[in-house]
Design a protein around this ligand. Structure first.
Ligand code: GLV
Ligand code: MN
Ligand code: MN
Length: 395
């Protein structure tokens, strides 16, 4: 709840977008808490933040936990930050119990998971894991024209004393705790979701170009209305994505119209597409059909589309899943297997080390919404299971 003060909204949610002032304030308080625990703090060139409890064998690759502290513009108090604070709590509990693990334990805060201010998301974890190049993210700009590179420099200047750790490091394992962001655990009355994998996702940016004209005088036959064209195209994609099983998830969450004036025919409409499906081949073919739809003109307007990210569905290894299951069962905490429909930094860490995720229920499955909520009991149980899993991997 203290973290939720940084970027809090009047409706009780959080607006703490990547590399913003609010993000810097939240980093400051985290670093303070970590230093009080005697953790060693480091960062890297892509703005990830690390807090390390040194193990008895500092040469051994560390066991890492964490998530993100950036939020959607109307985000909740738990998405991401829960995994970070559960990790801090777990490390504190381990320290206070007088246990010194063999492998170092590291808490990671990945830069820009949400991809709201700077798209696409998961920048920190994807660059860390070598899935994207540093250069490819540095030039991304926000709506104000500020680049990731500039924003990173500003945040570095806020924390001049935190040393830069190398981007390429070997990790032993990565475990991320997170609220489910869906309704399954709550509906089933189960506390812990043993995450089996993450569904695939492709994201795109579509630009539709028309021509400005007078709303009172321009003839219909002569208009090149970019917004009407975008609406037609979005309807066509929606029809393509309708399936009986409701497995295809198609979202246009952002639409920018220019000049955005009531009496001017829109000259440009730019919108985002977030497309997801648990079956990678289905996701691939739907995305390709969507690209085909963008090859046409609509309302005499030209369409151009850029794919921003493409990630197939993935499965976490059995070894980590059974460790999470055993740890929950040992503590008599109920658990079940569950597929993550939301994306997470764990997606990218899974390319470089054994990775798994621990879900806990959230109220009514609501997320990416200021009303997001979770019970103290579930939050604490998730952290308890996390402690056991971290110890299982590090001793
Ligand atoms: C992550 O926030 C996602 O959109 O899945
Ligand atoms: Mn998240
Ligand atoms: Mn999110």
């Amino acid at each position: 709840m203290e973290m939720a003060q940084y970027g809090r909204t009047p409706q009780g949610g959080v607006n703490r977008q990547a590399l913003s002032t609010e993000d810097a304030m939240a980093r400051r308080v985290l670093v303070t808490w970590a230093e009080l625990l005697g953790l060693t703090v480091g960062t890297d060139v892509v703005g990830n933040l690390f807090m390390r409890l040194q193990g008895t064998n500092p040469e051994a690759a560390p066991v890492v936990t964490g998530s993100h502290i950036d939020s959607q513009p109307t985000g909740g108090r738990f998405d991401g930050v829960y995994g970070v604070l559960a990790g801090l709590e777990a490390i504190q509990a381990i320290r206070e119990a007088g246990i010194v693990p063999k492998r170092s334990l590291e808490l990671a805060v990945w830069m820009n998971e949400e991809g709201s201010r700077f798209a696409p998301g998961m920048m920190g974890s994807s660059v860390f894991s070598g899935s994207r190049t540093l250069d490819s993210v540095l030039s991304v700009i926000d709506a104000q024209g500020i680049s990731v590179g500039q924003a990173l420099e500003e945040i570095r200047n806020e924390f001049p004393d935190i040393p830069l750790w190398p981007l390429e490091r070997r990790l032993h394992a990565y475990i991320e705790a997170h609220i489910e962001q869906g309704p399954v655990l709550e509906r089933e009355g189960i506390t812990i979701g043993v995450v089996t994998g993450i569904q695939g996702k492709r994201t795109f940016r579509v630009s539709v170009s028309g021509e400005e004209a007078h709303a009172g005088t321009a003839a219909r036959s002569e208009r090149r209305d970019a917004l009407l064209a975008a609406v037609e195209l979005i309807q066509a994609i929606k029809a393509l994505c309708e399936d009986d099983e409701d497995l295809v998830k198609f979202t246009v969450g952002r639409l920018d119209v220019k000049p955005n004036a009531p009496s001017v025919v829109p000259a440009e409409a730019v919108f985002s597409i977030d497309l997801r499906h648990p079956d990678s081949s289905k996701l691939q073919s739907l995305g390709d059909q969507l690209l085909d739809l963008c090859a046409y003109e609509y309302e005499r307007c030209a369409v151009s589309i850029q794919e921003l990210s493409a990630a197939p569905s993935l499965e976490f290894p059995d070894s980590i899943r059974s460790l999470i299951r055993r740890t929950a069962e040992d503590q008599s905490i109920s658990c079940m297997d569950i597929l993550s429909k939301a994306g997470h930094d764990a997606r990218y860490l899974h390319y470089v080390c054994d990775t798994g995720m621990i879900f806990i229920p959230c109220k009514d499955g609501i997320s990416h919404n200021e009303a997001e909520s979770a019970t103290e009991r579930d939050l604490a149980d998730g952290a308890r299971v996390l402690v056991g899993v971290l110890l299982g991997l590090s001793t």
